[in-house]
Design a protein around this ligand. Structure first.
Ligand code: HGY
Ligand code: MN
Ligand code: MN
Length: 413
């Protein structure tokens, strides 16, 4: 027996949420604890209450919708994130939150018997404005007073201050930790954010592994000087150092990476940033990923060596802060098999695949059995206003999630 969501209601939620935090350039600006994020949080809490579900917000500001929660039986959990990258798309994270909410509403309305309670969570700061996955890391007991106090964004704004501005005490995140026995399993629905499903015309991706990453904030420090009078061989030009680091990336990936390795310099700031001044300081982000922890380690060492050699040669100082380190994970084989069985029973075209993007699922997998369901991204586009998934794929994905959650939690005796 397969059950169905109320697709028109889900579609309306997707359209309503897509309007929150959207700016003129059609991008979504819901960075953690920004006005857009706070507006989306309020909207979601109203939707949870309108649906007659239990609402619970934990110390890390993770928003939980709950059905038949009794605090004793372990729950089957789903969820994703409301926050976005700057100028992001309207489905990254949001789709997982809304399909999770729709699944709980549908089970409740259809009065389907449950062996385990259901929870759907909107995790705080998945996109890592203040590092990465703050909400799911808090649930998994991976935050400390120190890590909370240290957390800041690339502009230097502290997490503690961003939360306090919204009436939240960041230290409360220490109390968000869940007993691993309180969650039976976790399944996240997410857009693929890559081209595989779209190209192969497949409806569902069954994720069997998620890439890990390290994200550094690097500073190269030279000497600001006059752009006209300083001879080229007497410069300590921080931008030229950065340019050389960027040029080294393909070699580093080739010599120390795997076919799945990727590296990105996504943000650069030069100081003093004047056309007629040799840059004295270059600050930039470095995001490097792979599905193999050994390869990730090798890439980190190679990046450190390259930075050090370039700094020495150019008489620059270099330093870097580790903004985030996420281990690659394998998804739980039982959860993967359950999703696969549901696709077969529902006659849905599916393939097993890895995720190049990071997700809350890889944090949740440290305390419970975890897996993911991908739906296609048009031309693989994401972290961009051109992010799109066909409504038909959204409906198939939501029904796959609903039937998977019910297979895990339902009392279909
Ligand atoms: O960076 C990522 O992979 C995710 O979108 N936070
Ligand atoms: Mn995401
Ligand atoms: Mn994202």
């Amino acid at each position: 027996m397969t059950i169905q969501i109320n697709f028109e209601r889900l579609k309306q939620d997707v359209q309503d949420l897509a309007a929150i935090g959207r700016q003129q350039d059609h991008g979504i600006y819901r960075m953690a604890f920004s006005p857009g994020d706070m507006q989306a949080r309020e909207w979601l809490q109203r939707r949870i209450q309108d649906a007659g579900l239990d609402l619970y917000v934990d110390g890390a500001a993770n928003i939980h919708a709950r059905l038949e929660w009794d605090g004793t039986r372990p729950s089957v959990m789903t969820g994703s994130h409301l926050d976005s990258v700057p100028r992001g798309g309207h489905l990254d994270g949001a789709l997982g939150v809304l399909t999770g909410l729709e699944c709980l509403r549908s089970v409740r309305e259809q009065e389907l018997p449950l062996r385990n309670p259901l929870e759907s969570v909107a995790f705080t700061d998945e996109e890592g404005r203040f590092g990465h996955m703050f909400g799911s890391q808090a649930i998994c007991g991976q935050v400390t007073p120190d890590s909370i106090m240290q957390a800041r964004d690339l502009q230097g704004i502290r997490l503690v201050d961003a939360m306090a501005e919204n009436g939240l005490d960041a230290m409360e995140a220490l109390h968000a930790q869940r007993n691993p026995g309180s969650i039976q399993s976790f399944v996240e629905l997410h857009i693929e954010q890559g081209p595989v499903l779209d190209r192969q015309r497949l409806a569902i991706g069954i994720v069997d592994g998620i890439a890990g990453l390290f994200k550094w904030q690097v500073r190269l420090i030279g000497e600001a000087n006059h752009a006209g009078t300083t001879p080229m061989n007497m410069r300590r030009d921080a931008f030229q150092g950065l340019a050389e680091v960027a040029g080294e990336i393909p070699r580093i990936l080739e010599e120390h990476g795997s076919p799945r390795s990727v590296a990105t310099i996504g943000r650069v700031d030069l100081f003093p940033a004047a056309a007629n001044v040799v840059p004295g300081r270059a600050e930039f982000s470095l995001d490097v990923r792979d599905t193999d922890p050994v390869v990730l380690d090798q890439l980190a060492n190679a990046c450190r060596r390259s930075l050090s050699a370039i700094a020495r040669r150019r008489e620059l100082m270099f330093e870097f802060d580790v903004m985030s380190e996420l281990q690659p994970v394998k998804c739980d084989s039982g959860v993967v098999d359950t999703i696969s069985a549901m696709c077969q029973e529902m006659g849905i075209s599916a393939t097993r695949m890895h995720s190049g993007a990071a997700h809350d699922t890889q944090i949740m997998s440290t305390i419970t059995r975890a897996g993911m369901i991908f739906v296609p991204s048009k031309e693989g586009r994401s972290h961009s206003p051109s992010e799109w998934t066909a409504w038909e794929d959204i409906e198939i994905g939501a029904n796959t999630l609903l039937n998977t959650l019910y297979r895990l939690a339902g009392d279909a005796a």
